[in-house]
Design a protein around this ligand. Structure first.
Ligand SMILES: NC(=O)c1ccc[n+]([C@@H]2O[C@H](COP(=O)([O-])OP(=O)(O)OC[C@H]3O[C@@H](n4cnc5c(N)ncnc54)[C@H](O)[C@@H]3O)[C@@H](O)[C@H]2O)c1
Length: 111
């Protein structure tokens, strides 16, 4: 059993998320990041790309229920493994209309 916690970072490819996974890497049992983007499309540095070799990346849209299920798939809280979930997923683009902004931050399956 590892004494280190495991981390699930939602929005893990964004500005905060990518620096967080670098920071946590040495003190984590496992790290899984979930993002709607793919690592190759978000201009990561070599340091971030190297770190991702030890990190599970899952592409999922957290606006959708199926995306949330995918994000948490296989994660179990038990005596052997403690997971800490950190939510860095957000729509931070400027200039979106209120309707589009709302679409980006609402669970679509519930509309
Ligand atoms: N950057 C800062 O200096 C700063 C400071 C204080 C607070 N914050 C807060 O921290 C959070 C993250 O900020 P950031 O700068 O990292 O933003 P960012 O835009 O760089 O990252 C957000 C990430 O979330 C992902 N994402 C958005 N919607 C998603 C969805 N539906 N499913 C899956 N992934 C999704 C994006 O693809 C992106 O990678 C925001 O809430 C922001 O307000 C940021």
């Amino acid at each position: 059993m590892s004494t280190k916690p495991s981390y699930l970072i939602l929005g893990g490819l964004g500005f905060i998320g990518r620096n967080l996974f670098l920071h946590l890497l040495q003190n984590a049992n496992k790290i899984r990041i979930v993002d709607k983007q793919l690592p190759l499309t978000v201009y990561l540095t070599k340091q971030h790309m190297n770190a991702l070799q030890n990190i599970q990346t899952v592409q999922a849209d957290l606006n959708r229920q199926e995306g949330i299920i995918k994000a948490f798939e296989g994660i179990e809280q038990n005596k052997e493994e403690k997971w800490i979930v950190i939510n860095c997923a957000a729509e931070t683009k400027y200039g979106l209309s209120p309707e589009v902004q709302q679409m980006c931050i609402t669970l679509q399956d519930l509309i």
